[in-house]
Design a protein around this ligand. Structure first.
Ligand code: 2AM
Ligand code: CA
Length: 266
């Protein structure tokens, strides 16, 4: 059994096409690491190339849809009804260091709600996808969140702070506080894959501050369709694309929310 719908098929096709050059680029990274210039510029062009292929493919199917992307910003601004939300390489720093923990992430939003999404790690050949009402899948198999009952037994994943963060101290102390109350915490470096891994039960929960909408758009529907709960907190109305997110299986969600959210209100 696999998820088969017109929208998912369009996104899958764009992912597969874009991943061909991305896989090739990833193969070149190792050589660049020993050069004096380093892989920085190369990664930026890989990012742009991947995004261009994805946009071309999606526009072939729906030229009028709005698009929000990491590299190109907003396209077809007037269409806010139907939008693609694209991150061509999520986990850029992993990609740049030759670590195969990165993904293409594409979500489809209709009337401000994410309706379907795909997260594709081309190196591991793992494609996570979901559509509202039709479940979540990893390649051809249905996925579900874990069944862990207690936060104290949970394996969580998080990310940040980014270098430029103004709330580094807050993020570090939150990390310490959470670490003492759960089984363990991981930092894997790709928000999209972190969400996908909660969806398939590898992690029990995920939280992160200061993300962008494209990092997690596809993950929202994949997680929900896998039976997970997603919550945004400390939202900033003037910056709707900035997100603080908390996601987990349904059993630990209340306990987890209290740990992150209540702690910061006190
Ligand atoms: P990126 O790889 O596309 O930059 C790492 O903790 C996660 O946070 C990644 O998904 C990363 O996305 C995202 N992120 C968003 N903004 C970031 C920033 N300024 N610096 C580092 N990671 C950032
Ligand atoms: Ca990203």
């Amino acid at each position: 059994m696999r998820l088969n719908s017109p929208k998912i098929n369009i996104i899958n096709k764009a992912c597969i096409k874009a991943s061909r050059s991305l896989i090739r680029d990833f193969g070149e990274i190792e050589k660049l690491q020993v050069s004096t210039k380093g892989p920085g510029d190369f990664v930026t062009s890989a990012d742009r190339r991947t995004e261009k292929i994805i946009i071309e493919e999606l526009q072939k199917a729906h030229p009028d849809y709005g698009i929000i992307t990491e590299e190109s910003g907003i396209i077809n601004k007037s269409n806010i009804q139907n939008r693609w939300i694209i991150d061509p390489i999520d986990g850029t720093m992993n990609f740049m260091n030759g670590i195969p923990q990165f993904a293409i992430s594409i979500g489809y939003e209709e009337e401000n709600e994410i309706k379907c999404g795909v997260i594709f790690n081309p190196i591991m050949n793992e494609m996570f996808c979901a559509e509202k009402g039709n479940g979540a899948y990893l390649n051809n198999s249905r996925i579900r969140v874990s069944n862990k009952k207690k936060i104290k037994d949970s394996l969580l994943v998080t990310g940040g702070p980014k270098q430029a963060s103004k709330i580094k101290d807050k993020i570090f102390s939150e990390y310490i506080n959470v670490s003492t109350k759960v089984s363990n915490v991981r930092k894997f470096g790709s928000a999209a894959l972190d969400m996908a891994y909660v969806a398939c039960g590898r992690f029990d929960g995920y939280w992160q501050r200061e993300l962008n909408y494209w990092d997690i758009a596809a993950g929202i529907i994949i997680l929900k369709e896998a039976g997970g709960f997603v919550k945004f907190f400390e939202e900033e109305p003037n910056f709707p694309l900035k997100k603080n997110i908390l996601a987990s299986n349904s059993n630990i969600h209340d306990e987890f929310s209290e740990l992150i959210i209540k702690k910061n209100i006190e």
